[in-house]
Design a protein around this ligand. Structure first.
Ligand code: AMP
Length: 280
């Protein structure tokens, strides 16, 4: 496994592999890796000949400075996990390498980023688009792998690739969970033991909600989900949205969309966790 902070070096390596007829797969991450990230690497290895992983905590996607400062950074641990997972190239750039000048680009995702994460974290998806488009430009992958855990992000990335007419296939991968159901997240390691004990309730309520689709309207179900999660004093629902999985627009009755997703953001003290489940 080769590790570099140089985008030029990444470009050179990838070009060489492509010359040899290899397909390039790419997994962008912010590090503090867990089995969710590793599942993306495994999927990438199944589908591509050469696997590139980036580890970069992107400042432009953090609307909350404290969240950026607090975000876990464990590059040595990450390297070991990636080596073990069979990654070929790790790109661990410094901020200067990704943003030699401030990135002033403003993206327009229409209605896709007007709700949920986009509404509660102003500028977040613009920052995501900045870093991902920059990384795509450096790595030039054939396929890129993203987790369904960040459901809205996946839709935004697909739209970004479409808007920029990039020859990249975007793949969405299943959510990997802890044994107690909590969706794996780099932020989970910031939870206190008490908070960690409370957090599995989030997925328990999502599962319950899935069973109640025939009994409640979407509006009633949203309220139910928020109330049930807030029962535990450690958890505070920021939003519970029920959306058309394609357009990400809220649904008001169950027949409005072929595929319906329930997405939540939960504050656990200062730590913000997201999760989602397919209802229909
Ligand atoms: P992050 O490091 O949080 O930016 O995540 C990097 C990639 O890993 C994103 O595509 C995430 O959606 C994905 N990811 C994060 N957590 C999980 C999980 N529990 N299961 C599957 N994919 C995940």
């Amino acid at each position: 496994m080769l590790t570099t902070g140089s985008s030029q070096e990444v470009g050179k390596q990838v070009e060489q592999e492509k010359k040899n007829g290899k397909t390039i797969g790419f997994v962008p991450t912010m590090g503090a890796l867990h089995k969710g990230h590793i599942s993306l690497v495994e999927q990438c290895r199944k589908e591509c000949d050469y696997t590139v992983v980036s580890v970069f905590v992107n400042p432009t996607q953090f609307n909350d400075k404290e969240d950026y400062k607090r975000y876990p950074r464990v590059p040595e641990e990450d390297s070991m996990m990636l080596e073990q997972a069979g990654c070929d190239l790790v790109f661990m750039p410094a901020e200067q390498e990704i943003y030699p000048q401030p990135d002033k680009r403003v993206f327009d995702f229409g209605l896709l980023d007007k709700i949920m994460e986009g509404a509660f974290r102003p500028g977040h998806f613009n920052g995501v688009a900045q870093v991902v488009s920059r990384l795509f430009d450096i790595v030039k992958p054939d396929k890129a792998f993203f987790g369904q855990k960040d459901f809205q992000q996946l839709a935004i990335i697909r739209q970004l690739v479409h808007q920029l007419s990039l020859p990249i296939e975007v793949k969405g991968c299943d959510i990997v969970r802890e044994a107690d159901g909590l969706a794996m997240s780099s932020r989970n390691r910031l939870l206190s033991p008490r908070q960690r004990q409370a957090a599995p309730l989030i997925y328990q309520v999502l599962l319950k909600a899935k069973k109640m689709v025939n009994e409640l309207t979407p509006e009633q179900l949203k309220t139910y989900v928020a109330e049930q999660i807030n029962v535990n004093g450690e958890l505070k629902t920021e939003y519970a949205e029920i959306i058309d999985a394609g357009s990400l627009q809220p649904v008001t009755n169950w027949h409005m969309a072929a595929s319906v997703q329930l997405c939540v953001a939960i504050l656990v003290g200062k730590i913000r966790l997201i999760d989602n489940i397919r209802l229909i």
